[in-house]
Design a protein around this ligand. Structure first.
Ligand code: GDP
Ligand code: MG
Length: 176
């Protein structure tokens, strides 16, 4: 029907992880195709949007990617940040051990606020593998243990960033 054709699918996605792992950069790279080296704590907006085509399902989804405004302590994020989220990216950095150790807690936090929604484990900054403080094996083991698909990405070079969000969009669409 007309109504169905006009209906635009939208999904709120939260991008969580410790400070400086590249969340803001990832959202900006995906939605705007830009990358900046300088570290700004906040982009000053709640979220950015992007239409994502899901090849496997031949469907388009409007993705609303929510950024944290620099409140990266587990309990600093407000309920409003998580409210209505239907997918989540749990991010850590290749060169930040603490950010890797924090993944379990981020997952628990998302589950506490959002229930069982599609999630993915993301390792950013793979351009810095020479300085890696997390081995590929232990990251893969964590993904297996937590039952998450695992992506290794480089926001700086725009490698595999879109794959993360296409996967989440597909998981979301398959739920209903
Ligand atoms: P956030 O605190 O998680 O939002 O992290 P930001 O997006 O602000 O990024 C923190 C810093 O990491 C910035 O200086 C970025 O330029 C840098 N950064 C982000 N992605 C990459 C990447 O893939 N490789 C490298 N080398 N640096 C990155
Ligand atoms: Mg940020």
């Amino acid at each position: 029907s007309m109504q169905e054709e006009d209906f635009e699918r939208e999904v709120k996605v939260v991008v969580v992880g410790n400070g400086c792992v590249g969340k803001t950069s990832m959202i900006r790279q995906f939605c705007k195709g830009v990358y900046a080296n300088e570290y700004k704590k906040t982009i000053g907006v709640d979220f950015l949007e992007k239409l994502q085509f899901v090849r496997g399902l031949d469907e388009e989804v409007k993705m609303m990617l929510w950024d944290t405004a620099g409140q990266e302590q587990f309990h600093a994020l407000t309920r409003a940040y998580y409210r209505g989220a239907r997918a989540a990216a749990l991010c850590f950095s290749t060169i930040d051990r603490d950010s890797f150790e924090a993944i379990r807690t981020w997952k628990e936090k998302v589950e506490e606020e959002c229930g069982q929604i599609p999630m993915v484990l993301v390792q950013n900054k793979v351009d810095l593998l020479e300085n890696a403080v997390v081995s590929r094996q232990e990251a893969e083991d964590l993904a297996t243990e937590l039952g998450l698909r695992f992506y290794r990405i480089c926001v700086k070079e725009n490698l595999y960033v879109a794959d993360v969000f296409e996967y989440l969009a597909e998981m979301y669409l398959q739920k209903d």
